[in-house]
Ligand binder design. Structure first.
Ligand SMILES: [Zn+2]
Length: 161
């Protein structure tokens, strides 16, 4: 009687332990898959420059080097079929907005310090915006023309340790 009770308890304990182990493994697997996702995300930028701008926790100003900075307006003259008032990041453009377009290897919403223009977020992409090129946004085409093409050292604000 006593023995079988003990056996039953032992059996239940075993069952409980295996359930716990199973649960723990499941958790670890989930955690691993989350970590893997984060890992591939942070490895996405293929060149060293784009990699160095991956946000990580105290803002640090970091040079990205010299960029060719062109300008554009939200109208068909500059955006063609994409002149719908919404940027590639989904931002609705309003008058007085300031933001820029970069190569897709640099993540949206990262803040870039562009001398003469300001500290602005990346909100857009462009077919010709590849590598060391940045397009800054102006509400009117005249302002964009006035900007022209400039070579500027670009800095970014990233979260350090
Ligand atoms: Zn234009």
């Amino acid at each position: 009687m006593n023995n079988s009770k003990r056996n039953a308890i032992a059996f239940l304990m075993c069952l409980a332990v295996s359930v716990l182990v199973f649960y723990a493994i499941d958790k670890i697997e989930k955690l691993n898959s989350i970590l893997e996702i984060t890992d591939t995300k942070s490895n996405q930028p293929s060149d060293a420059e784009a990699e160095s701008v991956t946000p990580s926790s105290v803002p640090i100003r970091r040079s990205l080097g010299i960029y060719i900075v062109t300008a554009y307006c939200p109208n068909e003259c500059c955006c063609g079929d994409y002149a719908d008032g919404i940027t590639a990041s989904g931002h609705k453009i309003i008058e007085g907005d300031k933001f820029c377009a970069t190569d897709p290897r640099i993540t949206f919403h990262l803040k870039l310090d562009i001398e003469e223009y300001g500290i602005v977020q990346i909100e857009d992409r462009g077919g010709k915006i590849k590598g060391n090129k940045i397009d800054v946004f102006f509400w009117t085409h005249e302002e964009a023309l006035e900007w022209g093409v400039q070579e500027i050292e670009i800095f970014c604000w990233v979260q350090g340790e």
